[in-house]
Write a protein that binds this ligand. Sequence first.
Ligand code: NAD
Length: 428
Amino acid sequence: MADLINAFQMAQTQFRHVAEQLRLDPQVAEILLWPTREFKFQIPVRMDDGSIRVFFGYRVQHSDARGPAKGGIRFHPSETLDTVRALAMWMTWKTAVADIPLGGGKGGVAVDPASLSISEQEKLCRGYIDQIWRNIGPRQDVPAPDVGTNPRMMGWMVDEYSKLVGQYTPGAITGKPVGNGGSQGRKEATGYGVIYTIREAMRHLNIEPTRALASLQGFGNVAQYAALGFTEQLGGKVVCVSYWDRADRTAYTVYHPEGVDVRYLISITDVYGSIDKDRAREAGYMIEDGNAWIEKDVDVLIPAALEGQINAETVRCISDRVRLIAEGANGPTTPEADEVLKSRGIFVIPDFLCNAGGVTVSYFEGVQNDMNYYWTKEEVLQRLDIKITQAFNSVLQMAESEKVYMRDAAYMVAIGRVVEAMELRGWL
Ligand code: NAD
């Protein structure tokens, strides 16, 4: 519980640190230190056995200065108001750094979705919307999937919302299935976005992509498309990926010094991002300890699984060859490890810039819903590349002109844009 409360304290501490560097007016900082609005509500659900169970739901709108709030809904047993507040604040910075006209929000329900039947899940999703529909919508706050929720659930939620407002309103929620108002390219978006930032960073650092080696943590949605992009778009080699083995309840690294065949590995990976290690071994790969990914002699590390993986202990294992870390995951680096990376001169692409591809295509999904006209995958990915490249370059420019670390520069760009919107709207 204490750790979870710390998520919001951590988000506030990071913000205060940059607000000081930016010499932000303390009265303005006080506004952004707290969510604009927050909702907590009960969701009673009639279970399959006839009993009624009460779940608790949250929706937090941190800022809508730049546009409607935007952010996912998590279904997780240890969800609290403070985790949702922290995530909502981080969404404000992510949409601002990506320069999409949206703010930051987040939602959650304290529940283990795996403990519910499909019909109970549907009732919970509809019940969530029944409680919050007046305060969300395409012009107010646009939810999306996150940990424990999926496109199918978004389909139920948008149906419930449309019934309540009496109008088909697909833009009320993004991350819907393609065929029910979803966007092409959403599943590739985050991983490919990671690759666009790596491509720009390599250009800046004079790293030749076709000679570059990468090691990844994770092999789920983000890591699979990042690995594909690294090999097929940049022409580099991925020497290893790691994953959580659900059967053995431990993490493994799948390694080949000459580079792995990413498409083959995807073909032997289940929907949870768990690789069939017996088939990988038969194909000539080495199966190593789950921590081995971070020790490899590579140019690029891509943590794309969990938070806190590059920490005071593991940071010491990073090879001297590593010049670039691209944070596909949210919060993979602890503040202590950040100090070490800074002092070693390793170039870090911070999470809310590196993995902003997902929310950018979510924004494109809303745009397509508003137009009721849908783009091809190629069009979506081309627009994504333009947005992410611009975002990367504005952060790099800030880092160079202010002589600050990339993470601080990303915060400075984001906070600067939010404060500018507040000024332009006459709030300050
Ligand atoms: P996912 O569930 O699809 O995949 C997670 C992967 O991590 C799986 O391969 C799993 O086996 C692996 N994993 C879990 N524990 C591990 C461990 N201890 N060691 C090694 N591997 C481990 O999740 P995802 O959607 O790819 O998200 C990954 C990260 O990216 C998360 O931090 C998420 O918040 C962040 N993110 C995702 C998106 C998105 O659009 N999917 C957008 C922004 C940020």
